[in-house]
Structure formats: structure tokens, C-alpha cells
Design a protein around this ligand. Structure first.
Ligand code: 4NP
Length: 159
């Protein structure tokens, strides 16, 4: 089983959305017995909370259910446990790299840079303080990254 962890700041907007989208696509493609997905935040502001309702609603409009997820904080053991730790933006990428150290740095990815270079941006922008339209933009970007990530999981170990 390959294990993939998506990471953003609060674990209530971007990384739960990435988890939900990728889980759904893995199920649709019959890969859910080969790849397990989770998400976490680099900060603990919202531990135990359900995803932001704007994220839940935007995902639901595309047929993806986020409602059962609960926020948690990234911990050092995650770098041991997961094969890939995928950051939504550069700030969180740098944070994870510092936690990973030399031993686990190879597992740490920047989602759009590494899996959706055609998107033209490296980061999934933080939608928390913006309007609802920001959540659709987040979904558009995450759908592109999800396709690239799943394609790379099909072709080789570690992605
Ligand atoms: P996320 O969005 O990192 O995509 O979950 C945020 C959620 C909460 C906060 C910032 C970003 N916050 O500052 O509480």
C-alpha cells in the first residue's frame, strides 16, 4: 500500500479537498486498495474541526464528500509513515522539509510544481480569507494535481 499525505496550513480547506478528490478518483479507477490518502495541517488552529463549509459545499457541487474528515496537525512520525508528503504551497513545503530532515526529504513534494506543471502556478492559493470563488479555483487546481499524482503512482514506486 502506498501512503500519501496532503498538507496545508489549517487542514480545513485545501488538503481535505485534495484528500477527497484523490480518494474519489482512486475509487473510480479501482486503485483504492493500492493507495491510501490522508491530510494534515502544519498548524493546529482547527484540530478536530470539520472542513470549512465553503470547501465542503464547493466539493459537494462536484460530487465529492468532505464531511467526514476532521482536522489534525502534522507530526514527525508522519514523515516515517507516509511514502509521499505533498504540500499545497511553498510555505508549508518548507515547513515539512525542515521536519523531514535529510532522511525523508525525498518524500516531500510541492503539489502543483511536481504533478501539474501545466497549471502554470506552483501553489494552491490559500482560500480561507477570500470569497467563495477562491474555493472553485482551489478545486480546479487540485483536480489537475490529482490527475498528475495518480498517473505518477501508476508508473513507479514513490511517484
Ligand atoms: P487551509 O486554509 O490551510 O487550506 O486549511 C486555512 C485555514 C485556516 C487558516 C488559514 C488557512 N487560519 O488562519 O485559521
Amino acid at each position: 500500500m502506498q501512503k500519501v499525505l496532503f498538507v496545508c496550513l489549517g487542514n480545513i480547506c485545501r488538503s481535505p479537498t485534495a484528500q477527497g478528490i484523490v480518494e474519489q478518483r482512486l475509487r473510480e479507477q479501482g486503485l483504492d486498495d493500492r493507495v491510501a490518502v490522508d491530510s494534515a495541517g502544519t498548524h493546529g488552529f482547527h484540530i478536530g474541526a470539520a472542513p470549512d463549509e465553503r470547501a465542503t459545499e464547493a466539493a459537494a457541487r462536484r460530487g465529492v464528500d468532505l464531511s467526514r474528515q476532521r482536522a489534525r496537525c502534522l507530526k514527525p512520525e508522519d514523515l516515517e509513515e507516509f511514502d509521499l508528503v505533498v504540500a499545497m504551497d511553498r510555505e508549508n513545503y518548507e515547513h515539512i522539509l525542515r521536519m523531514a530532515g535529510d532522511r525523508h526529504a525525498h518524500k516531500v513534494k510541492l503539489f502543483l510544481r511536481d504533478y501539474a506543471p501545466q497549471a502554470g502556478v506552483d501553489e494552491v492559493p490559500d482560500p480561507y480569507y477570500g470569497g467563495r470563488g477562491g474555493f472553485d479555483r482551489v478545486l480546479d487546481l487540485i483536480e489537475q494535481g490529482a490527475d498528475g499524482l495518480i498517473a505518477s503512482l501508476r508508473t513507479g514506486p514513490g511517484g
